[in-house]
Design a protein around this ligand. Structure first.
Ligand code: SF4
Length: 209
């Protein structure tokens, strides 16, 4: 079966570098340096301006690429667990990450989450087993379903920061979720492997535990 598009090519690494094209790494631009990091020819630390957290996030990206599960192109929903995973002992101020309850989506998300010891609430909303992109097409990821999941999992009481990150593909429902829940909604990346970079300020490596 053909593999699913996991959107790795959508990641624009340049947005995570501070300094545009200073050439200190030996490349004429940050973009060229990042291509060398992606292909494994250079190490993130060779950029003198990148923060420790972002260095780790880039390393995590490379780990994820190696650990990424085989995901086939799906023609049917594959329902899996719908509910809350409390990862690394979240506190009331921990962030809520939202995704759908497709079997492969959950494998991908948990592979990514395995690269950090940061505490999170991970909410697998019931999307009838659709991947997030298909859930947007079939309207099975909606503000109403996320609101219902927050209620059923007790997150309205547990997560006092009242802030969630939704997948980039679900950006169209951001305003609806904010209106219905009263929470702050951040639109995350389209590709789950970008999460360590997107959240690099809190994405702590396992050895920091
Ligand atoms: S040293 Fe860093 S900021 Fe400067 S060009 Fe290279 S990657 Fe970009």
């Amino acid at each position: 079966m053909a593999p699913a598009d996991l959107y790795l090519e959508t990641i624009d690494f340049r947005r995570y570098l501070e300094n545009e094209s200073c050439s200190e790494c030996g490349f004429s631009s940050c973009a060229k340096f990042i291509e060398a990091v992606r292909s494994g020819d250079r190490e993130p630390l060779e950029c003198s301006f990148i923060s420790r957290n972002k260095t780790y996030a880039l390393e995590a990206f490379r780990q994820i690429k190696d650990l990424w599960p085989e995901v086939p192109l799906l023609t049917h929903p594959r329902p899996a667990f719908a509910g809350l995973v409390e990862l690394n002992g979240p506190a009331p101020e921990s962030l809520v990450l939202v995704s759908g309850n497709n079997e492969y989506t959950e494998q991908v998300i948990m592979t990514v989450m395995g690269t950090t010891v940061c505490p999170f609430f991970v909410l697998f909303t019931d999307t009838d087993g659709n991947t997030v992109d298909m859930a947007m097409v079939y309207r099975t990821m909606t503000a109403e379903r996320i609101h219902k999941a927050l209620n059923e999992t007790g997150l309205y009481g547990k997560a006092c920061a009242r802030e969630m990150v939704i997948p980039g593909i679900a950006h169209r429902i951001k305003d609806d979720i904010e209106k219905l829940t009263g929470w702050r909604v951040r639109v995350g990346p389209v590709c789950a492997a970008e999460l360590p970079l997107f959240l690099s300020e809190i994405w702590m490596p396992p050895e920091a535990d």
